[in-house]
Ligand binder design. Sequence first.
Ligand code: FE2
Ligand code: FE2
Length: 173
Amino acid sequence: MIVKRILKSWIGTFSLDDYQLIDGYLNEAGKTLFFQMGKIDQFHSLAVAQTIIADSKREAQPSSHVIQAALLHDVGKMADDFNLLTRILVALIRRLVPIYRGKLAMAQLDRRFWGRVRYGCYIDLIHPVRGAHLTLRAGFDPAVAELIRRHHDPPRLNQNPDLTKLQTADDQN
Ligand SMILES: [Fe+2]
Ligand SMILES: [Fe+2]
């Protein structure tokens, strides 16, 4: 998955349709948040929004809240928080030994290699809360911020269907 995301960010470009989707759902502050993410997260977030739209084709239109949340769900990770290697390592730690992500997490950025990995673990842990805060400050509805805050929560019975859509599309992309 991470390799697919990296390749896409190297060779991909946004189409006119992509820009129209972003323009259609995000205000200026939202676009600033979107484009401050690294290219990998921009392409990933756009793909999450497009998956939700495609999956909803047979039902009613998806809510604007869930598309806004899809576009902004990872804005808590900013472009300079990771380099390519630390991004891959943090993704591996999260998937293979998730318990160590919390143990390694270090809030202070130390620019030496291992310090960068530890800071990356910290960002990876807090990005839902950080993203929710940024989204609220950018003027989005609290419901959008709440979806972002919960996007890595374990799925629960009777949870908001928009959260299920976001989590499912996030897993697929
Ligand atoms: Fe995320
Ligand atoms: Fe994501």
